[in-house]
Design a protein around this ligand. Structure first.
Ligand code: 4NP
Length: 139
């Protein structure tokens, strides 16, 4: 299974999703990317690194990148954090790969960037919970 986690900046939600899913599914190939170019080359937000560290997930070595059309071909699933991400992906990814695009959870994962630090804990718990939704995905 090859999954690319997608959010807006690739510094808060999708790096955490990448780290959590890598730990839970070590035999899967997991990557992450942002729909924007805003933070290319940057490490994850300090608050995301810290909440993951607290739960035994190291995301500190990740660096942000922007999603490209090629990712539609390369990955089996593109898991988005919110509906805006999905909308943006529909414009970037070729239509024939649109069935690979899904919300990672039943509900959107809210952007914690402008929230207090408890927003990052809520994000972590939601992402960890979301692993249950994908654990029986045929490889
Ligand atoms: P992310 O969060 O999409 O979860 O990485 C954000 C990071 C940065 C910004 C917005 C959301 N920003 O406006 O720079």
């Amino acid at each position: 299974m090859k999954i690319c986690m997608v959010c807006l900046g690739n510094i808060c939600r999708s790096p955490a999703a990448e780290g959590i899913f890598k730990k839970k599914f070590p035999h899967w190939i997991i990557d992450s990317a942002g729909t924007s170019a805003w933070h290319i080359g940057q490490p994850p937000d300090k608050r995301s690194i810290e909440v993951c560290q607290k739960h035994g997930v190291d995301i500190s070595l990740q660096r942000a990148r922007q999603i490209t059309a090629k990712d539609g071909e390369k990955f089996d699933l593109l898991l988005a954090m919110d509906r805006q991400n999905i909308d943006d992906l529909y414009h970037i990814i070729d239509q024939k790969y649109h069935p690979k695009i899904h919300l990672i959870d039943h509900h959107e994962v809210n952007d914690p960037y402008y929230s207090a630090s408890d927003g990052f804990e809520i994000m972590f718990q939601q992402l960890e919970n979301a692993t249950n939704r994908w654990k029986d995905t045929p490889v």
